[in-house]
Design a protein around this ligand. Structure first.
Ligand code: G6P
Length: 612
């Protein structure tokens, strides 16, 4: 949540900040702002997207070789010009941008008001910048020391960047539980919430660790200290990301590009990890822990949003194939419970961004219970990737669209590889079935390509449901979590209320809602429950519901019962979700475009939820 950028060096900071904010806009777009240091500190901020800010900044064209910027996802205070970042100190000399939440801001604000401070915004961030100035003037210390002293008083999560007109060629950054990356240039430094704005400037980065403060001054070495004031050695990492990966590549939206990338991203996730000819799978990250995982009392899979849905499919896969008990729990619940977890268990944390605050907190919460913690993450070097004991990257590349698509199918690919490898280690599969699974998994990218070729058919179906107010998604077995994911995709980007249900549960409530205005999307590819699905479709039709079915190629029976059908290639049941979710992604995409919604930046949502 919220994107932060900063620059200090020899170049004009303003264009670097604006470009950086555009790259980070997927993290929040309630307001945007910049502060550039020149003779004084020019602070410009505006409600709305970076484009709104640009209308103002273009007229002013601020000049200066250091500056900070922010794109906001509102927590404290409504999205408006005043609450937008950067926030300034009482004397206007210090400006600060912040990602996170300061939990004790009310107490700090009251104490500062007693000292004569006056606040103009409703934000927690303004309190922090006033506190920094209070220490700076009271103790006459350099900026970094006043930041350190202020942070001693702060409870909460934050990544901050601070600039001071008295020392304009210096930037101070600090983090606790929110991400921050420092880019090392030629006598210059860049800062951002993630690596995406840095890649066009430098590949050498340092991921700031929790409870560290860094001082960035051109001509000097990067100086990092712990909150306890002990010098830390920066660990420089080479970024493995290409600029083209951050562009739309000819597609009108990132989401559509990412849906269409899936044949490649699924293949990338399997690369070097599966060999269909020789019939083996090998997850390098899993190998040293294979025995421990195979013998685990149970696995607890945790995550949020789409990652949680992938976790549910992981449960079906790992229990079904490897016979290891699995539980799936929302990270936001796990973090506040007192769960029974012990050293014989394995916690698997699923996260695209690797930064989701609830998932990170759930990991911290269960860490001392002795369980092995395994991360399945997309963003290389992210916080979750670093705090877990072991793990595997899904290698989906940067996902920019707020609604997750290619990361979901890459997570499913990884979970399938994991289930197959665990099953092999436990000897729970007949060799022929093991071989079939591997062969079928290797065929998935081609089969996804086949579904993507049906885009026009799906677009026509989208036309028929685009004005609906509600929609119901039904699926059984492996397709039940896909129904949840399909409903989430539709509500996230088109704002149509949608619910996913296990098909048989329909008669315990949702059936009461079905009438001729209710599209019911039925995932009907499971051969094991075929007759039951046929009955469910008939039940919907009997109530005049409009049935859109996702069926296996050649299925006449359900096709005839349905108003519309989308045929997908056949595969074996555990791998069905990798295919059945694709038409649902495209359906949501087209509906949202037809309704005029901002597909890549849906209202109120953010890609990386770094606050609770
Ligand atoms: C947000 C995003 C979702 C994502 C969820 C979990 O809600 O909009 O697309 O599924 O966070 O994020 P993670 O990065 O942990 O997978």
């Amino acid at each position: 949540m919220c994107g932060i950028v900063a620059y200090v060096g020899q170049k004009n900071a303003y264009p670097i900040l604006i470009n950086g904010l555009k790259r980070l806009e997927y993290r929040g777009y309630d307001s945007a702002g910049i502060a550039v240091a020149n003779d004084n500190l020019t602070v410009i901020k505006k409600k709305g997207k970076v484009a709104e800010l640009l209308k103002v900044t273009q007229k002013i064209d601020p000049h200066g070789t250091s500056g900070i910027g922010h794109t906001r996802w509102a927590t404290h205070g409504a999205p408006n010009d005043v609450n937008a970042h950067p926030h300034s100190s009482r004397d206007g000399k210090i400006a600060l941008v912040h990602n996170g939440i300061i939990e004790n801001c009310d107490t700090l604000r009251k104490a500062l008001i007693k000292l004569g401070h006056v606040f103009v915004s409703e934000t927690d961030t303004e309190v922090l910048v006033h506190l920094i100035q209070e220490y700076k003037t009271r103790y006459r210390v350099p900026l970094e020391e006043s930041v350190r002293l202020a942070l001693e008083k702060v409870v909460g999560a934050y990544a901050i960047v601070v600039i001071d007109q008295d020392e304009p060629q210096k930037i101070v950054v600090a983090r606790k539980a929110s991400p921050l990356v420092i880019g090392l240039g030629n006598d210059e430094f860049f800062v951002a919430s993630d690596a995406t704005p840095l890649i066009e400037h430098t590949k050498a980065v340092v991921y700031l660790q929790d409870e560290e403060i860094a001082v960035l001054e051109p001509g000097k070495k990067l100086a990092i200290k712990s909150f306890q004031n002990e010098p830390q050695k920066p660990s420089i990492v080479e970024l493995d990301m290409k600029l083209e990966e951050l562009e739309k590549g000819g597609f009108p939206h990132f989401m559509l590009k990412e849906i269409h990338q899936q044949p490649e991203t699924i293949a990338d996730c399997m690369r070097g990890r599966l060999n269909a000819k020789e019939a083996w799978t090998r997850l390098g990250g899993l190998e040293p822990y294979l025995d421990r995982m195979a013998k685990a009392n149970r696995l607890i899979i945790t995550g949020c949003g789409t990652s949680w849905h992938a976790g549910l499919i992981g449960e079906y896969l790992i229990e079904g194939l490897a016979r290891i008990p699995v539980e799936v729990e929302y990270a936001s619940e796990l973090r506040y419970r007192n769960p029974v977890i012990n050293s014989g268990d394995v916690v698997v944390a699923l996260s695209q961004s690797g930064e989701t605050a609830d998932t990170l907190a759930a990991i911290q919460h269960v860490k001392e219970k002795g369980a092995l913690i395994y991360g399945i993450v997309n963003v290389v070097g992210s916080s979750i990737a670093r705090v877990t004991d072991a793990g595997s990257y899904i290698h989906a590349g940067p996902e920019i669209g707020v609604a997750s698509t290619k990361a979901f199918t890459a997570q499913l690919t990884l979970l399938s590889l994991m289930a197959i490898q665990l099953a092999k280690a436990k000897g729970t599969l007949h060799h022929a079935y093991y071989q079939e699974l591997i062969r079928e998994l290797s065929e998935i990218p081609n089969k996804v390509r086949n579904i993507l070729a049906k885009d026009e058919v799906i677009k026509d179906i989208a036309e028929t449901i685009k004005d609906a107010s509600n929609a119901l998604y039904l699926g059984r077995g492996y397709n039940f979590p896909v129904a949840l994911e399909g409903a989430l995709k539709l509500k996230e980007i088109s704002y149509i209320h949608a619910e996913g249900y296990p098909a048989a549960e329909m008669k315990h409530g949702p059936i009461a809602l079905i009438d001729e205005n209710m599209p019911v999307i039925v995932l009907a590819t499971n051969m094991s429950a075929y007759d039951k699905i046929v009955s469910n479709v008939q039940e919907v039709k009997a109530r005049k519901g409009m049935v859109i079915s996702i069926i296996s190629e050649g299925d006449r029976q359900i096709k005839e019962l349905s108003d519309y059908s989308i045929e997908i290639p056949k595969t074996i049941e555990p791998l069905t979700p990798l295919l059945s979710v694709v038409p649902l992604q495209l359906l949501s995409y087209h509906v949202a475009v037809m309704r005029g919604c901002n597909v890549d930046q849906p209202r109120n949502l953010a890609k990386s939820v770094t606050v609770e």
